[in-house]
Write a protein that binds this ligand. Structure first.
Ligand code: SF4
Length: 334
């Protein structure tokens, strides 16, 4: 069944901080404040384009900004408009994103009352030094407290983490991932740092104080983080910023690639294949993988096969119906 989300952007509303990486207007691609009527109209448009069964599996999602920190009356007016469609069974729930310090018992009660089902928190890092350097204005403990509270209210809980922030090393990103796994959220999003014009990171980049991480090193790091979440049964909703929505126009540096997840998963396949081939002599091999994963095993522009060839392993890739993701059978060609 098609799962449709009605995505609405609440632009830079209610943020008590200006985080080093954020220019919300660029990321959302819109500067206009949404109104309750626009929520209704977006829900109606989605409803008309779907069968009843398709819409009932979807959510109305308020992204961007810090939803629970916007002016209270305005927040409730948006929720009321969305909740009309949840009460009627048109959509199954409402998803919002906010800051960890925007969660309290009172806020959770309000969200519950208006049909919110899923809450995503921008954790970004669980290293207090990195949080401070990037002017987040909350601590790692705030994230852990907020997650505990959300879970106690029964919300589907999501966490967003970033890699490559100002002052961040791979070691603190890996530790952040480890602590996220320990909190057992339902979902995660991984956002490697992208430098957007008009942000503090952009200024730091121009003075040479911050050198953003490129695609290759980001892919290498995320190829370690992704399996940590997958092995813990945590669903990864997204790796990397969405294309469109204004990012390309204001892009100034960092790990932006429209198919970042595919690159990372390709790297995971490469690491697994190399680990298995290292136990064997150089020569010609077939790498058998699930047939849906052939392109990842091969790598973009056959990069994985070219790198293995340079190490003395001449490989071809074959697809199988019954193999689990990331499983590789290495067969000697004789
Ligand atoms: S809290 Fe979120 S929306 Fe607000 S400035 Fe920071 S990243 Fe941007």
């Amino acid at each position: 069944m098609k799962h449709i989300n009605v995505a609405l952007f609440v632009v830079h509303k209610g943020c008590p901080h200006m985080c080093s990486f954020c220019n919300q207007r660029s990321i959302s691609g819109s500067q206009k404040e949404i109104t309750p009527d626009e929520v209704r109209s977006a829900a109606e448009t989605a409803r008309k384009s779907l069968t009843a069964g398709e819409a009932a599996g979807g959510e109305i999602a308020f992204f961007g900004g810090s939803f629970t920190m916007i002016e209270r009356g305005y927040m409730i007016s948006l929720l009321e408009a969305a909740y009309e469609y949840v009460k009627k069974g048109v959509f199954k729930g409402i998803r919002i994103s906010t800051r960890p310090d925007g969660i309290s018992e009172e806020i959770c009660s309000i969200l519950k009352k208006y049909g919110v089902t899923a809450v995503e928190l921008g954790a970004q890092s669980l290293d207090d030094r990195v949080l401070e350097l990037n002017e987040r204005g909350h601590t790692a403990q705030d994230v852990e407290n907020a997650v505990a509270l959300l879970k106690s209210f029964g919300f589907e809980t999501g966490l967003q983490m970033m890699t490559g922030l100002y002052g961040s090393e791979d070691s603190d990103s890996l530790e952040t991932a480890r602590r996220i796994v320990a909190m057992k959220p339902d979902t995660v999003r991984i956002y490697p740092t992208v430098v957007i014009k008009g942000t503090r990171l952009y200024e730091l980049m121009l003075t040479g104080e911050f050198i953003p991480k490129g695609i290759d090193e980001t892919v290498e790091l995320c190829a370690k983080i992704i399996p940590a979440f997958e092995n813990a049964g945590i669903k990864i909703i997204r790796v990397g910023l969405h294309s469109g929505g204004g990012v390309e126009g204001d892009y100034a540096g960092g790990a932006y690639h429209p198919a970042l997840r595919e690159l990372c998963e390709g790297r995971i396949y490469y690491d697994i294949a190399l680990g298995k081939l290292r136990e064997k002599d150089c020569g010609s091999y077939v790498l058998a993988v699930n047939k849906k994963e052939i392109s990842k095993m091969t790598g973009q522009k056959k990069q994985n096969l070219i790198k293995l060839q340079s190490l003395g392993y001449t490989c071809t890739v074959e697809g199988r119906d019954d193999m689990p993701k990331y499983e590789i059978a290495v067969i000697h060609k004789g």
